[in-house]
Design a protein. Structure first.
Length: 761
């Protein structure tokens, strides 16, 4: 039967992992609930379930059953990992470990890792380029043989061009680019648990946020003070005598913080506001006796001495206190009777504040001639002073984050287990576009197709269970979206794991959420997400540029060799010269581009005011690469062929070959310089390659080893001018408007799992 004193129970301490369904547990204030349990007995019991449901206000618990209620409204249940914030109770375990709500979330968060992303796709591109290079080598061999070259020489020329043109460095370029981006992000406070996450960041087109603890601080704050006619924001309290009076009475009704820790979040919020907003703190106030808040009572009261009165200060649920008020204090200091019209006005005021997602407490007082024998019995014939409103306020940077994401065509979705009214109010304060609040009940029982239709276009989801968070993410992905999910609680873990990019806040977050995530923000600052997305987009552009260096340059080499062989009957550059070209133009410049810091602003929403990377447009890698490779290959072919042809007209074969080699290298280095001119690393690499080329050509013994001959001023001028004209042409063509879909259109980059873009064939 019921037990009034928990100390009379036969209590044994056992490890939580030994609990089984049917065990009875005793839970007291400050303790963590070890398993899901059904209440048998509750004494002023309240629980903080924010880590599970997203409800920022403590939940009053009761024994009466709540069949069919949503997770956040099951007042007869306690859940593993939540905290008893007040009172005590007995409960029977109904689920423990993997079978609990938290355990199921953890199980849903586990699973095999996703694909290797851009690296795998670049390996695929390498395999597709291989037949083309082999065909180029075969073409060189055939042309040489047709022009009368010996079979051995023809085959050697074909093999050399085929081997030189294979872009074997592509997977390494992607790995280096992602690791470099991950290193930069870690310096900014974003830990990347998997490097493939960086490329997925560049493709995000919708971000889902948990509300409590992510967009908000998961901490109640006093936001407004009101009477029957006026409302003041918290920062306006010091400027209003009436607002100060309301807040002072509310703070006096709280427990004395000098007597021990303040348990209730509402009391802490009111006391904090009193300390910061009242110029005289609580004034002359000497507390004598207090009645602590009790959910069954609905109010808290403190009796104390002011300078002139023995006064009872009361705050609590408006529906409890308004009927106990017989008078109302007006702003001019007059006291008027509280009639039916006054009570109606009071309730309307409460409803108006509650409609904004605020938790409203009525504030009242009563002056007494002597100390009452029964303090609870004295809570009547009160004078209504006003109301205080509290809320879990948004983080300071949250509105800016939402605005920047929306300004860059990235959708923002808020998913919470909190009440729909609260969710709508937070969404409005953050600037989310007006939309219908979709609840868990709306999604229940829907099939995949219907759920996808219901989710499409919605920005706010409330009263959502952990399982339904997963369904929302799945529906967005089925709709072709690339989804990021940010949260900090165990209830977010499964959705974080399923999302293309899972993001956890480390400061106050759950270990389950961190373990399920791809990114961990080391500070409770959601604006770090902007840095991460900016770095991800910049990484895609660096990879595209590096791939263009490798593939486009190699394509130009093959075309130049084919053209030269067709004209002269032999390859214009030899095997050792191809080796030199690859060393000077492919690997080192490509690595430098992959490692380079992001370029300055490209014109989209960025964070230049804070010195962090600006945002590039979202990139369609396939379309951009097709264009870049074609432009780079054509320019390389044109520059080298023109220089070689001019060399044939003004000198011998070896001199022409050397001029063609210099132009071939110079054209590729010039284009590399164009795409990486902002980076000291790229500038240094290009300069080093140019110096090395000059040293090889002009050093007699070394020049002969590579099949070259030292050049005079005319030879250098011919090679450099050809390379410069070809580079300028590539810049002009590259700056021409792209065809629709070539760049900035992410439609073909969407994928059902992180890091796996769909490439155009």
């Amino acid at each position: 039967g019921p037990v009034e004193d928990p100390e009379r129970l036969d209590i044994r301490d056992i490890p939580a992992q030994m609990l089984r369904p049917g065990d009875v547990v005793l839970l007291r204030q400050g303790e963590v609930v070890p398993a899901d349990a059904r209440l048998l007995e509750a004494h002023n019991l309240e629980a903080d379930e924010s880590s599970l449901t997203g409800e920022s206000v403590t939940v009053d618990k009761q024994v009466a059953s709540t069949p069919g209620a949503p997770l956040g409204d099951r007042c007869s249940m306690l859940y593993e990992g939540t905290i008893v914030s007040a009172g005590w109770g007995r409960a029977v375990v109904v689920a423990a470990g993997p079978a609990s709500q938290a355990g199921r979330a953890l199980a849903a968060a586990s699973g095999p890792p996703t694909g290797a992303g851009v690296q795998a796709r670049l390996q695929e591109l390498t395999s597709k380029a291989l037949p083309v290079t082999l065909a180029g080598g075969a073409g060189v061999t055939a042309l040489a043989k047709l022009r009368g070259q010996a079979f051995r020489d023809s085959v050697a020329a074909g093999v050399s061009v085929a081997v030189a043109a294979v872009p074997e460095g592509l997977p390494l370029v992607a790995t280096v680019a992602q690791l470099a981006a991950a290193r930069r992000l870690s310096a900014q406070g974003v830990l990347v648990r998997s490097s493939r996450t960086v490329e997925a960041l560049g493709r995000i087109d919708v971000v889902c946020f948990d509300k409590t603890g992510t967009l908000t601080e998961n901490r109640l704050r006093l936001t407004h003070v009101a009477d029957l006619t006026d409302t003041w924001a918290a920062e306006e309290v010091p400027d209003s005598e009436m607002a100060s009076r309301i807040l002072r009475v509310a703070a006096r009704a709280c427990p004395d913080p000098d007597e021990g820790p303040v348990v209730h979040a509402t009391d802490r919020a009111v006391l904090e506001a009193g300390q910061t907003r009242l110029t005289d703190d609580l004034g002359e106030w000497d507390p004598v006796e207090e009645v602590a808040f009790d959910s069954s009572r609905g109010y808290a009261a403190t009796l104390g001495h002011t300078a002139h009165h023995l006064r009872l200060a009361v705050k609590g649920a408006p529906e409890i206190l308004i009927p106990r008020c017989s008078r109302v204090l007006l702003p001019d200091g007059r006291l008027v009777p509280m009639d039916a019209e006054g009570q109606r006005s009071g309730h309307e005021r409460v409803h108006a504040l509650a409609a904004e997602g605020l938790r409203v407490l009525a504030v009242a007082r009563r002056d007494l001639g002597e100390e009452p024998d029964d303090l609870e019995g004295a809570v009547r014939q009160l004078t209504l002073i006003g109301f205080v409103a509290l809320a879990d306020t948004p983080r300071p940077e949250a509105a800016e984050v939402v605005s920047r994401l929306a300004g860059s065509d990235i959708g923002v979705v808020m998913i919470t287990g909190d009440h729909p009214v609260t969710a709508a109010a937070i969404a409005k304060s953050l600037g989310l576009p007006p939309s219908e609040v979709v609840t868990g009940a709306d999604l229940a029982g829907l099939g995949d197709t219907e759920r996808t239709e219901r989710v499409r276009g919605a920005a706010v989801f409330a009263r959502i269970t952990p399982e339904q968070k997963v369904q929302v993410i799945q529906a967005l992905q089925h709709d072709g979206r690339v989804v990021a999910m940010m949260g900090d609680g165990a209830n977010d873990a499964a959705a974080i794991r399923l999302a293309d990019v899972g993001i956890a806040l480390a400061a106050h977050g759950s270990a389950v959420a961190r373990n399920a995530s791809d990114l961990v923000l080391t500070r409770p600052d959601t604006s770090l997400l902007l840095d991460a997305i900016g770095e991800g987009r910049a990484m895609w552009h660096r990879v595209a540029n590096a791939v263009a260096v490798l593939v486009g340059g190699n394509a130009g080499e093959v075309a130049f060799t084919l053209a030269g062989t067709a004209v002269s009957g032999r390859a214009p550059v030899g095997t050792r010269q191809f080796l030199l070209v690859n060393l000077l133009t492919d690997m080192f410049p490509a690595m430098a581009i992959a490692l380079a810091d992001p370029a300055p602003s490209r014109g989209e929403a960025g964070r230049g005011d804070t010195g962090s990377p600006e945002w590039y447009p979202r990139l369609n890698l396939s379309g951009t690469l097709n264009r870049a490779i074609a432009v780079r290959g054509s320019a390389t072919t044109a520059g080298a062929t023109a220089a070689w042809a001019a060399g044939r007209l003004t000198g011998g074969t070896r001199r022409a070959s050397t001029i063609g080699l210099v132009a071939l290298v110079g054209t590729q280095l010039g284009q590399t310089l164009v795409v990486g001119s902002h980076s000291p690393l790229v500038l240094g690499t290009v300069a080093g390659s140019a110096v090395a080329l000059a040293a090889v050509v002009q050093t007699p013994g070394l020049s002969q080893f590579f099949g070259c001959t030292p050049l005079g001023p005319l030879g250098w001028a011919t090679a450099i001018s050809s390379a410069a004209v070809a580079t300028a042409g590539s810049v002009a063509i590259g700056n021409m408007p792209a065809k629709p879909g070539d760049e900035g259109d992410e439609g073909d980059e969407r994928a059902s799992s992180a890091g796996e873009p769909t490439w155009k064939e």
